[in-house]
Design a protein around this ligand. Structure first.
Ligand code: NHW
Length: 398
């Protein structure tokens, strides 16, 4: 426990070799912000893949193929992230994976799998997708790295560092030298550490499956009453986002995100991909002023269910995750209350939000409770000397 919390004394045999902020440099004000390593000529980037232990081989996963997408889905469904008590495991849907991995300008070569040579079974995975990320005044081309997964039976064999080096090599081949990623574990060195908050929509189920506990001096019926929501949104002009809204939403969002230290630099193509509603994947709503027809406010959330491990009655926890929200006219808490109402109507059990951007302002008021476990944000090959507060971060990764 002591060593854990003093992460700076833990050795990181792999991460110590990488161009990331090192724990030993924390507080060293002589080091400049920005790139840690300069790009090398593309001809000097290693041309062959890194070596895997001999029973395994690299594969590029074609997410357009229904068969490959199913293999990835199954690997993650059985081996991806669990909570600390191993009660739940993320269960990203196939449609979600296709959405997450095929944004504008994506590279198929960044969807990297490892197969067992003998059986051809998919046993590990890591992905990158391209993004322009603004850090203060600089727009940096980056890879967003996600879905790093090693089959449970192959853990602790140092496969993860090989996968990370291989994705790095393939990102370098596209002349991109920085990356952004999040993890629940502490690595050298977070740019900020965020907390998840949870808003019960179906408290009875959440308590039954062990996601939440009945509060002190609370009964089930009082709890259900506490979390009750109106049947329909209350803000006049609140409606689902449509294709015709892309340019207005892009303007609203770009203007809003410019105030944060780190945020994506979304153009209209990005907004169409990342924010236009996709059934059971991502949902967006906006407020169109009934008088002027201006788009004044916007909210969005994505659908990421978790498998419930070993419960008799329930196998899936339906969770909505707050994505990007902008308020200029409607108070943010009212906008988010409407988001809770539509999420409840879509049968989500819980609505999750990080304490990023202005989220802190509505969490307590809307009866979100703090989760355990934290989410650390990282940049690869980009130093930010002073850690940010979560409210200075304008980036949500999936
Ligand atoms: S975070 C989700 C990660 N996945 C899971 O938690 C799923 C369940 N766990 C597993 O599958 C979102 C395994 O435990 C994994 C580790 C595969 C996590 N990030 O192979 P070994 C993302 O996907 C380090 C980074 O023996 P293992 C973001 C660890 O500190 N590093 O472990 C991914 C140690 O290094 P150290 C992580 O348990 C971002 C080494 O791996 C890590 O069998 C990736 C141990 O390896 C994590 N989440 O497999 C970085 N977890 O130095 C991208 C462990 O401490 C960087 N490790 O000795 C940018 C690349 C692109 C650059 C472009 C210019």
């Amino acid at each position: 426990r002591f060593q854990d919390s003093m992460s700076s004394v833990k050795r990181h045999k792999f991460w110590e070799t990488q161009p990331v902020g090192q724990f030993k440099d924390v507080g060293d004000t002589s080091l400049p912000d920005g790139s840690i390593e300069l790009p090398t000529p593309l001809s000097e980037v290693k041309q062959e893949p890194y070596n895997l232990p001999s029973p395994y081989e690299w594969t590029t996963c074609d997410m357009d193929s229904e068969e490959t997408c199913t293999e990835v889905y199954i690997l993650l469904k059985n081996n991806y992230v669990e909570d600390d008590e191993n009660l739940f495991r993320f269960n990203y849907s196939k449609e979600f994976l296709r959405w997450a991995l095929r944004p504008p300008g994506y590279y198929k070569s960044w969807h990297i799998g490892v197969r067992a040579k003998a059986s051809k079974k998919l046993v590990a995975f890591i992905t990158g997708v391209p993004a322009r990320i603004r850090v203060r005044n600089e727009i940096v081309k980056m890879a967003e790295i996600n879905f790093l997964c090693v089959h449970k039976k192959l853990r602790s064999k140092r496969l993860a560092p090989v996968m990370i080096k291989e994705v790095t090599r393939r990102v370098h081949l596209e002349n991109i030298w920085q990356a952004a990623y999040t993890a629940g574990v502490v690595l050298p060195t977070p740019i900020t550490t965020c907390q998840y908050w949870h808003r019960s929509l179906n408290p009875k189920k959440l308590i039954e499956v062990g996601f939440s506990r009945l509060g002190a001096r609370m009964t089930m019926s009082r709890t259900i009453k506490l979390y009750k929501l109106p049947d329909s949104p209350v803000t006049p002009g609140f409606r689902k986002m449509e294709l015709r809204d892309v340019s207005a939403v892009t303007r609203l969002l770009r203007n809003y995100l410019s105030q944060f230290v780190v945020s994506p630099d979304f153009d209209e193509n990005d907004v169409q991909h990342w924010l236009l509603p996709t059934e059971d994947v991502v949902d967006s709503y906006l407020v169109e002023s009934p008088e002027t027809h201006d788009i004044t406010d916007f909210c969005s959330f994505y659908a990421l269910p978790s498998s419930i491990l070993g419960n008799q009655n329930y196998s899936i926890l339906k969770a909505a995750y707050s994505y990007y929200n902008v308020s200029t006219k409607t108070p943010l808490f009212q906008l988010m209350n409407d988001a809770l109402i539509v999420a409840k109507r879509k049968d989500f059990d819980v609505f999750n939000a990080l304490d990023v951007m202005h989220n802190e302002s509505f969490l307590k008021e809307l009866k979100f409770g703090p989760g355990d476990g934290q989410l650390h944000y990282y940049l690869y090959n980009y130093r930010i000397r002073n850690a940010l507060r979560p409210s200075e971060l304008g980036l949500v990764l999936l």
